[in-house]
Design a protein around this ligand. Structure first.
Ligand SMILES: [Cu+2]
Length: 314
């Protein structure tokens, strides 16, 4: 009887603390299983459909958006498809692992598996680290992982979220020397020249959307491989900037923040008016060669944009 009572008490305590955690909005850690396939494919790099010999994760530049919550276990597998010609790898900036064992190259037809705990919340870069790394990144092997804070109230709630990843385009994907000498032709957001800018490119069919007064959260990654970004919203002000996306690293009322190659930050913006902001790298050769994203603020903003599959707009 005593034993039963003790067990009951333990069970009740566990139940009550679980109830407390749920009512406090604290999520229990889970396992996020992710498999990415290295694929060497041709992809369009502008709104006209000009093709480029890319190297990718899952045939996309940028690669798929990975999302976990602080404290989660990420169970990760990289498959290097057997019809590829090159070794590939992955380097997750959200992970604390062994650079040789876990981030080392994988030959075509082989795969690699590792597990890490997402200990820090934020926005983190992932990329291929196979030699020569500069070429694997320049050809498209990059992406983003969002690690949401364990405490859902750590940051103000975003009404919409977007991911923008900056990278340079090197016209000849086989010429590593051009990459070493920084001879890029264009800077892009999400793998396309003026991809979200119908002002500079009438062929652009997509742009970002929100309503005036909404908090728009932009997860920004600079994939490089070489150029710094001076990330600025023309005709707007960043309400909050979180360095590395960590809620503890907060700045207020910022016009821009320099984001180096391989770095990432979270930028919140709220427009008090209808109209548009042009999000750029204020390093102007980069902006004027392709790194401009228009965000339109309208009461009729598409409710799907900035949610689900429309966070990283393809
Ligand atoms: Cu690679």
């Amino acid at each position: 009887m005593l034993v039963t009572r003790a067990r009951f008490r333990v069970a009740t305590t566990a139940y009550m603390s679980a109830l407390f955690l749920i009512s406090a909005g604290v999520m229990q850690a889970k396992t996020v299983t992710v498999t990415l396939h290295a694929k060497e494919v041709d992809l369009p790099i502008d709104n006209k459909g000009t093709m480029y010999k890319a190297w990718t994760y899952d045939g996309e530049m940028p690669g798929p958006l990975v999302r976990a919550t602080e404290g989660d276990t990420v169970d990760f597998t990289l498959v290097n498809d057997s019809n590829n010609k090159n070794s590939h790898a992955i380097d997750f900036h959200a992970a604390q692992l062994d650079v040789v064992k876990d981030f080392g190259p994988v030959k075509p037809g082989e795969s690699k598996h590792f597990i890490f705990t997402a200990n820090y919340p934020g926005i983190f870069y992932y990329h291929c680290g196979a030699d020569p790394m500069i070429q694997h990144i320049a050809r498209g092997m990059f992406g983003a992982i969002i690690v949401d804070p364990k405490d859902p109230n750590a940051m103000p709630k975003a009404d919409r979220e977007y991911v923008l990843i900056q990278s340079e385009l090197y016209p000849n994907p086989d010429n590593k020397n051009d990459m070493m000498q920084d001879k890029w032709s264009n800077v892009m957001f999400n793998g396309g020249i003026f991809k979200y800018d119908p002002v500079h490119d009438p062929n652009a069919t997509r742009w970002l959307q929100a309503k005036p007064g909404e908090r728009v959260r932009i997860y920004f990654v600079n994939a490089g491989p070489n150029e710094f970004s001076s990330f600025h919203p023309i005709a707007g002000i960043w309400d909050r900037v979180y360095q590395s996306g960590n809620p503890k690293n907060v700045h207020v009322g910022m016009q821009s923040l320099v984001v180096g190659p391989g770095d990432a930050d979270t930028f919140d913006i709220i427009s008090p008016v209808e109209g548009a902001n042009a999000i750029v790298t204020h390093s102007l050769r980069g902006a004027l060669s392709g790194a401009i994203a228009i965000i339109m603020y309208s009461k009729d903003a598409d409710p799907k944009m900035g949610h689900g599959d429309e966070i990283l707009v393809r």
